[in-house]
Ligand binder design. Structure first.
Ligand code: HEM
Ligand code: HEM
Ligand SMILES: [Fe+2]
Length: 465
């Protein structure tokens, strides 16, 4: 870290971790409501716990991406951030808007919230992940504009590396792809189109570019491998992402009332979507093997290698299993989808956020790496979270398969609630794995409070200076 203004990333990262903890607590409540349907009803119904769980996810990931941008863009541009003060004001606006929105969800019935926030004038509320009231959505746009202004000005003023241009460009993409959230027509086909432009456009398009830039940055910094090699890989991965992901959106158009050719287009192109994830693994492995120095932050290296592996499992493999039209025909909207959603969101975007936090946090706190003891706590947290998430995903896959076989196939399909009863054991396993995940997260968070700095030998110190 070379510029004092990069320090504004700190509150973003801290808030991200706090909201992550909140996300998991609400996930556990929602998960328990699968076991006991009356738990906390009517004070805190499933519809609300689920919405807070997914909304906190999106908000903490955005917090982490923004923190990453404020940290990386000045470093790459070799100049201070254009306006650290604006970045700090923006942080508080975003944080307060997020907190008020969650309070709104908790304290006011959703329909009433819609009525008092002007949803009648421009309907936007009610679609998954995009449940936020209109003022919050407008707030998100303003926060994004402020971020974009700040980092674009920094980029213009400083050194223009490919990595930085890709990062800033993909953050512009993130903001632009949010705009369809304001288009929510009565026509359900059109409403589905615009919903997927945001959701699919983000996770299977634009955010993959953010993922590659964050990973590329960490790898450049920790391995000392030439940036030309790393940037070349990023170009190929990004090209593959866009080639497969843009038309691959057709895997959401199969049976929603869209033209039939999407069955073929969606199946073929989305079947190619795992390729960039495989390339990410090869990329990270190759660069790590080529490394020219042993960076003392071993935890950051673990996250940087774990991210592409888990992203491939969740997005590439679990995504592939449900993506072909005949499979979607029976698996659509089952817990199989939730298994994929969990493993992919965690493996790709949660983990890359934790990777950049792992790399940047020690620097923000004035040292290249944490003590070995702190890193051991962090890496233990890594393993517990990763293994628990695999447990959650396998349990949900089991529940999904029960639905596919008993409710969607055969001559005598069972009723929905009967199938839910038969899936109980999987919901219990999911909840147990969820508790494990919470334990892993707490272990990880404790690592920040273990004092001390890495003990350097002469050689490492020289390499780092
Ligand atoms: C990191 C990248 C990805 C993330 C975070 C992600 C996340 C998700 C989530 C959360 C859903 C559920 C949306 C809902 O609420 O209805 C979903 C649906 C879906 N995803 Fe992904 N996904 C990713 C990549 C992929 C890839 C690469 C494929 C294909 C190879 C894929 C195929 C699908 C399909 C077919 C559905 C629709 C399932 C259904 O409606 O039942 N996803 N994804
Ligand atoms: C303690 C661990 C967790 C538990 C118990 C849990 C539980 C749940 C539950 C019960 C739902 C609602 C599913 C439904 O509507 O039927 C849900 C949805 C979701 N959760 Fe989690 N969750 C956990 C961790 C996570 C993590 C770490 C992530 C991502 C980083 C995540 C991402 C999501 C997403 C994207 C959805 C919406 C996907 C869908 O419904 O298809 N969750 N979770
Ligand atoms: Fe998709």
């Amino acid at each position: 870290m070379n510029y004092p203004s990069q320090r504004v990333a700190l509150p973003y990262f801290m808030a991200a971790l706090l909201l992550f903890l909140g996300q998991i607590l609400f996930g556990l409540i929602a998960g328990y409501q699968y076991i006991d349907g009356t738990f906390l009803f009517p004070e805190l119904p499933f519809s609300v716990t689920r919405m807070i769980h997914t909304n906190l996810l999106i908000v903490w990931l955005l917090m982490a991406f923004m923190g990453a941008a404020y940290f990386i863009v000045p470093e790459e541009a070799q100049t201070d951030l254009y306006s650290p003060r604006l970045a700090l004001i923006t942080f508080w606006v975003f944080f307060m808007a997020g907190a008020l929105t969650i309070l709104g969800y908790l304290l006011v019935p959703y329909a009433h919230l819609a009525a008092i926030t002007g949803n009648a004038y421009l309907p936007t509320m009610g679609r998954g992940y995009l449940e936020q009231p209109l003022p919050t959505k407008i707030g998100i746009v303003l926060v994004a504009l402020s971020l974009l202004f700040n980092i674009t000005m920094t980029l213009i003023r400083g050194r223009k590396t490919s990595l930085n241009i890709i990062l800033v460009g993909s953050l512009w993409g993130l903001a632009l792809l949010f705009l369809p959230a304001f288009y929510f027509p009565v026509d359900t086909v059109k409403a589905s189109y615009s919903w997927w432009w945001v959701v699919h456009g983000w996770v299977e398009g634009d955010w993959e570019l953010i993922l590659s830039s964050l990973l590329g940055f960490i790898l450049i910094k920790t391995t000392g491998v030439d940036r030309e090699i790393i940037e070349k890989w990023m170009y190929i991965i990004i090209a593959m992402t866009l080639v497969s992901g843009i038309i691959g959106i057709g895997h959401h158009y199969y049976y929603i009332g869209a033209p039939e050719y999407w069955i073929w287009l969606g199946s073929i192109f989305s079947a190619l979507e795992p390729i960039p994830f495989i390339m990410l693994i090869v990329f990270a492995m190759k660069i790590l093997l080529k490394r020219r120095r042993e960076h003392p932050n071993r935890a950051a290296m673990l996250w940087a290698l774990g991210t592409p592996l888990m992203a491939f499992l969740g997005a590439g493999l679990w995504g592939f299993m449900i993506t072909l039209a005949p499979m979607q025909y029976v698996a659509h909207g089952t817990n199989f989808t939730a298994a994929h959603g969990h493993l992919a969101f965690f493996g790709a975007y949660a983990m890359v956020s934790l990777a950049i936090i792992s790399y940047a946090m020690p620097l923000l706190r004035g040292r290249p790496a944490n003590s070995q003891r702190a890193q051991r706590w962090e890496m233990t947290g890594f393993w517990i979270m990763v293994i628990s998430m695999l447990g959650i995903a396998l349990a949900l896959t089991g529940a999904g398969l029960v639905t596919v076989y008993l409710q969607r196939m055969g001559d005598h399909p069972m009723a929905f609630m009967d199938v839910q009863d038969r899936s109980q054991v999987f919901f219990m396993i999911r909840e147990a794995a969820g508790l494990g995940f919470l334990a892993g997260l707490i272990t990880y968070l404790i690592s920040f409070f273990i004092p001390g700095e890495y003990h350097y030998d002469q050689e490492t110190r020289r390499a780092l200076s």
